[in-house]
Design a binder for this molecule. Structure first.
Ligand code: C2E
Ligand code: CA
Ligand code: CA
Length: 704
């Protein structure tokens, strides 16, 4: 099925909505990832910088130690005691890997793996997989009393000068400033651990290696990477800073998304709100109602779509103002909403005075009661006056039951359903009081036929597809032809042969009837003129003129000119006006009748007694003929009473100097009765059906 514009619009709307929310979330994720990456890179860079600088310092200290070893000429006990006295954990290996000397507990293990210092200090290694046995060390050089197991010590760098006595260290460079290592007992150290004046929180051993004696030997030493309180505070501050930044950015983005969503909700509201009633609009009905009904495919309830039309709306706006009219529409909307279920039923202002409503109901009785109730409330929408409403109803296809489950068509299109409800409601158009019309298949057929007729009328007229049939009128006393009525037929090459019932009411509605009546008048006048000239004994033929003409003040002149144009004697044409025409402007009608009579045309009142009583019109209308409606001779009303009415109507006409025609007479006894009552003419199947001109021509010769 082709997607309707409205659904396309909704899809577009949803897309925009999704897009803006998704773009918000997308930005959020991207920013989050970027910040994350930045934090990681920063942390690695910072860690590296600290690590490098710390190791660098340690390495420098160890280099001084290596210098100390290298600068001594002989490796004797004195050298070892001096070196061991520094408290360092170290070992010296020759090129073959043989240990020359070692001091302290060797904690070198696999765990550290191979490490390389990245910057300019030097490359130093930690040997893999070699376990070096731990030894006790005595700090002979610094202070014998401080000799403690090496594993219990931390390393710090201190500055020291040659003249400092007991802590002096030989240096090949003379009395220069040099770093050396001092061991501090761990217990003590933990209470008062400092690194460059900062509290040390933890220290991690790292093995460094320096090639000495022109690479013939390697000196391995254990140094310590200290983490101070300042490092820790710095890291905490950094983390807090970064986390705060991330949180702020996140909060901004989240606020942005929330406000976007709220803005969209507002937009949706505007999009679905009716301007005049401030209730829901048609779009809302289609979207919400449509989604609802398509989901309710398993529902056992029945649903109907209704079109409510506030009949007096335009008049009300004319008498008051548009604002007051809209105020009234708002009240209508409120009544509809107050009387419907807000979860399962839908009300929307369609346009102008139309409201679309979808109702849910159980039984037909319940539905009728609901609609009646709503209608009675609507009619009292204004306390000062009663308003009229027209309602069109389209019942949605009922749910079909299968194994206790209810199934409804999932592709229900509310626009189509509402349109059907409107089609039903449109049948009430000419009705001034409130009413309900129901949609059925015949209505669609009618509607389609209506469109076909409208589309082909002009062409059919041009092609002379409309034919004049003549139905003779007979004098019941003599059985002689003394008149006829011209009746239209449509011989359509496309749609077949059609009687006037199939198209005259449509022409009356769409205004084409004026052209048709003129066409008939012209053709009848032409035929009459032809027959008259041929010497046939012509009788007056009556032509139907629809009430739609009577607003034209020069109608009588138009008729006269049309007949004269064909050169037809005017007395051969009679004009039939339907009874309903007599409800229009009475004076205008009297005027036209007088003129027609003056020009020499007989005028008859058609269908007398069919609708409302037009007895009153008889009083003022100077008519020539009264045509008694076929209804008098139909049905099974009490024969006696019917006869009384007919005979009285005939005698009334006689008293008013009018001739009478009885229409639709089919039986012999009716003819005899009418003859006895003094009825002048009979037009009915008893004598003849409407017939084409050539057949009628024969009647003129045979029956005169
Ligand atoms: P109407 O003017 O009342 O025409 C009489 C209708 O009764 C005709 O139907 C005729 O065929 C039918 N009729 C006559 N005698 C009998 C009978 O004994 N039994 C039965 N059952 N019917 C009988 P038709 O020709 O179908 O015309 C229907 C209506 O269409 C007419 O009613 C008239 O209102 C309208 N109409 C027909 N031709 C024209 C026209 O040229 N112009 C206008 N404005 N209306 C026309
Ligand atoms: Ca007629
Ligand atoms: Ca009639």
């Amino acid at each position: 099925m082709k997607k309707r514009a409205i659904y396309k619009k909704e899809q577009r709307f949803r897309k925009i909505r999704r897009k803006s929310v998704f773009s918000g979330i997308f930005i959020l994720v991207i920013v989050f990832l970027l910040l994350d990456a930045a934090v990681m890179v920063g942390a690695i860079a910072m860690g590296n910088a600290i690590f490098t600088s710390r190791i660098g310092i340690e390495y420098e200290g160890f280099s001084a130690f290596a210098n100390m070893y290298e600068s001594s000429e002989t490796a004797d006990e004195d050298l070892w005691s001096r070196l061991d006295g520094s408290g360092r954990t170290y070992l010296i290996k020759d090129q073959d890997g043989k240990i020359i000397h070692q001091n302290g507990v060797n904690t070198m293990s696999d765990r550290f793996g191979r490490m390389e210092l990245m910057d300019s200090f030097a490359t130093f290694r930690i040997e893999e997989g070699k376990d070096i046995p731990g030894i006790d060390v005595h700090l002979g050089t610094v202070d014998e009393k401080d000799a403690i197991r090496l594993s219990g010590f931390e390393v710090v760098t201190v500055k020291c000068y040659e003249d400092m006595g007991e802590s002096a260290i030989h240096s090949s460079e003379g009395d220069i400033e040099l770093n050396f290592l001092k061991l501090i007992p761990k217990g003590e150290f933990f209470n008062n651990r400092k690194y460059k004046g900062n509290d040390v929180i933890s220290a991690h051993p790292v093995w460094v290696a320096i090639d000495v004696k022109d690479g013939k030997e390697t000196l391995y030493g254990k140094v310590f990477l200290s983490v101070t309180g300042r490092d820790f505070s710095f890291a905490i501050a950094l983390i807090i800073g970064v986390v705060t930044t991330i949180l702020v950015v996140l909060a901004v983005l989240v606020i942005n998304i929330i406000s976007t969503v709220r803005y969209q909700k507002k937009m949706t509201m505007i999009f679905l709100t009716d301007d005049s009633t401030k209730g829901h609009n048609w779009m809302w009905f289609l979207l919400r109602g449509g989604n609802y009904i398509r989901k309710k495919w398993h529902d056992k309830y029945n649903y109907a779509v209704l079109d409510f039309v506030f009949v007096n709306y335009r008049n009300y706006c004319m008498c008051h103002s548009i604002e007051e009219g809209e105020e009234l529409l708002t009240r209508v909307d409120r009544i509809l909403r107050d009387n419907t279920n807000r979860w399962h039923e839908f009300v929307a202002h369609y346009a102008s005075a139309n409201f679309a409503v979808m109702l849910r109901y159980g039984s037909d009785e319940e539905f009728k009661a609901r609609v009646d109730d709503i209608l009675s409330k609507l009619m009292k929408v204004d306390p000062d006056q009663i308003f009229q409403f027209h309602i069109g109803v389209k019942f949605l296809p009922a749910a079909s039951e299968k194994n206790g489950k209810f199934r409804r068509r999932k592709d229900t299109d509310l626009e189509v359903e509402y349109n059907d409800a409107c089609t039903a409601r449109a049948t009430l158009v000419n009705n001034d009081s409130s009413g309900i019309a129901f949609y059925d298949e015949k209505l669609v057929e009618d509607q389609k036929w209506n469109d076909v007729v409208r589309a082909s009328q002009e062409k059919a007229l041009e092609n002379e597809e409309f034919l004049v049939y003549y139905q003779p009128k007979y004098d019941p006393k003599t059985d002689k032809l003394n008149g006829a009525e011209a009746l239209i037929r449509w011989n359509s090459p496309e749609y077949g042969f059609k009687g006037p019932g199939a198209f005259i009411p449509i022409f009356e509605k769409n205004g084409f009837i004026k052209k048709i009546d003129h066409y008939m008048l012209t053709h009848v006048a032409r035929d009459q003129k032809k027959w008259f000239d041929a010497g046939l004994s012509c009788v007056p033929v009556s032509v139907n003129i629809s009430r739609a003409h009577f607003i034209e003040p020069d109608l009588a002149e138009q008729i006269r000119d049309a007949v004269d144009k064909e050169g037809t004697p005017r007395e051969l044409i009679e004009i039939e006006l339907t009874e309903s025409a007599f409800f229009d402007d009475k004076n205008a009608l009297i005027n036209i009748i007088n003129k027609l009579k003056e020009y020499g045309f007989a005028v008859s009142m058609d269908d007398f007694g069919s609708g409302y009583s037009s007895l009153n019109s008889l009083k003022d209308m100077p008519l020539d003929v009264l045509k008694l409606d076929a209804e008098f001779f139909r049905g099974n009303s009490d024969g006696n009473r019917g006869e009384i009415v007919v005979s009285e109507a005939i005698s009334l006409a006689k008293k008013l100097n009018m001739r009478t025609v009885a229409e639709g007479v089919e039986a012999k006894d009716q003819v005899e009765f009418l003859a006895a009552q003094g009825c002048d003419m009979i037009q009915g199947y008893y004598y003849a059906k409407p017939m084409p001109g050539n057949e009628y021509e024969q009647r003129m010769t045979m029956d005169r």
